[in-house]
Design a protein around this ligand. Structure first.
Ligand code: PMP
Length: 394
């Protein structure tokens, strides 16, 4: 018998990421990648990060290099209360847990909630790595469709008539991969349903700050708080897209009933998030540079998004359609006719351009004619060239 039978059943069944396989050639010289959700490193605030690093070494050396609290650096949590306030969220340091990116927050939350057979609802399409976390549990995944206004909450309501739901996971603002934002009306309805049917909402918000307009949707957390509910919505966000992903610093706001248990799961996982990174972010936040940094990211991504949209419209508009993103890093598109974007990738790769085929973002009912472009990493010239290459691959 193969030794791999020693692996736990749920691990034996794990599949390697098909995307990774498909995209392993995308790092070849000359290939333009519109695939990865990778922030533009030209925009990293080198001066501010260097200054903050020096401050940590000079003033906070011991904290930065010593073990710390599982809940996270106290100063950072205090500053996060202010940052959350700017997002319309009222919280306090005791409710916050600093995590190794929001990816870890998702993992801790799902592990803390999922019993075998519990139903977790995701959007169709949804964030791939959350599907991966769910595949490590014995929870059941059900999906609800999305349109240009985000998750179709009426579909969720219909599902609730027949199914007991434990948790709904969504990226309500500038979604990955859909780029869409849940409308105010749907936000309200979703939160009401959560209260009425007592399910948990995991609100994953890495992109909310990267808005291309002045229009803001309230977070689901805020919508619930305004209804007097502080129990059903769990909010997570991260410094990955607004400062630097390599820091691996994110946070989650935990309701009272989850706080202690999730901290224990975190403790069992890694004791606490990286002390140096946490001290660094805390120092950075005292410099007053984060908001200008976010403004810069918003401006640059907005321009790139407009450019990519224009080129796609002009060159490929008769073949594909898409909604114009209002923020975030992704443009989600679909062919106007039946088409297999996974197969097509081989041809576009030969022409020197890659994207992510849409089917991987679906837990079921995959729509093979969809695809995701990221405009964050490529330069303006590369975006133009990429679209020319896509056209020649058709
Ligand atoms: N959620 C979503 C929707 C994301 O797109 C990402 C990053 N790709 C994450 C969570 C995780 O980000 P991080 O762990 O870097 O904070």
């Amino acid at each position: 018998m193969s030794k791999s039978t020693h692996l736990a059943h749920r691990i034996q069944n794990l599949q390697p990421s098909a995307i990774r396989e498909l995209l392993k050639h995308s790092k070849m010289p000359g290939v333009i990648s519109l695939a990865g959700g990778i922030p533009s490193q030209e925009l990293f605030d080198k001066e501010g990060l260097a200054q903050a690093t020096q401050m940590v070494v000079d003033k906070n050396f011991n904290d930065a290099f010593q073990y710390g609290l599982t809940e996270g650096n106290v100063e950072l949590r205090q500053q996060l209360v202010g940052l959350c306030r700017e997002r319309g969220i009222t919280t306090n340091p005791d409710q916050l847990l600093i995590t190794s990116g929001s990816q870890q927050a998702l993992d801790l939350l799902i592990r803390a909630l999922a019993n075998p057979g519990d139903v977790f609802v995701v959007e169709r399409p949804t964030y791939l790595a959350t599907l991966q976390i769910l595949s490590l549990t014995e929870a059941r995944v059900q999906s609800v469709g999305g349109d240009e206004h985000g998750m179709i909450v009426d579909e969720l309501e219909a599902l609730l008539k027949t199914t007991r739901i434990k948790c709904v996971y969504l990226v309500p603002t500038f979604g990955n991969p859909s780029g869409t934002t849940l409308s105010a009306e749907r936000r309200e309805k979703l939160v009401k349903l959560a209260i009425e049917h007592d399910f948990i909402i995991i609100e994953d918000d890495p992109y909310g700050a990267i808005s291309f307009t002045e229009e803001r949707q309230k977070t689901l957390f805020q919508v619930a708080a305004e209804m007097g509910n502080h129990e059903n919505v769990v909010y997570t966000s991260t410094f990955s897209k607004i400062l630097a992903p390599g820091l691996r610093v994110g946070w989650v706001i935990l309701p009272e009933w989850m706080k202690q248990k999730v901290a224990i799961v975190k403790q069992a996982t890694d004791l606490h998030a990286n002390s140096f990174s946490q001290s660094l972010v805390a120092a950075y936040l005292t410099l007053g540079r984060l908001n200008p940094q976010i403004a810069l990211i918003r401006d640059v991504y907005k321009q790139k998004c407009l450019s990519l949209s224009r080129y796609l419209q002009e060159e490929l508009g008769e073949h594909i359609s898409f909604n114009q993103p209002q923020g975030g890093m992704f443009l989600w598109a679909q062919f106007r006719y039946e088409f297999d974007t996974t197969k097509w990738l081989q041809q576009t790769l030969e022409k020197g351009v890659v994207y992510v085929p849409g089917e991987f973002f679906f837990s079921d009912n995959a729509d093979k004619k969809t695809l995701r472009f990221s405009y964050a990493t490529a330069t303006e010239e590369q975006l133009y060239e990429a679209v020319q290459r896509l056209k020649s691959a058709l």
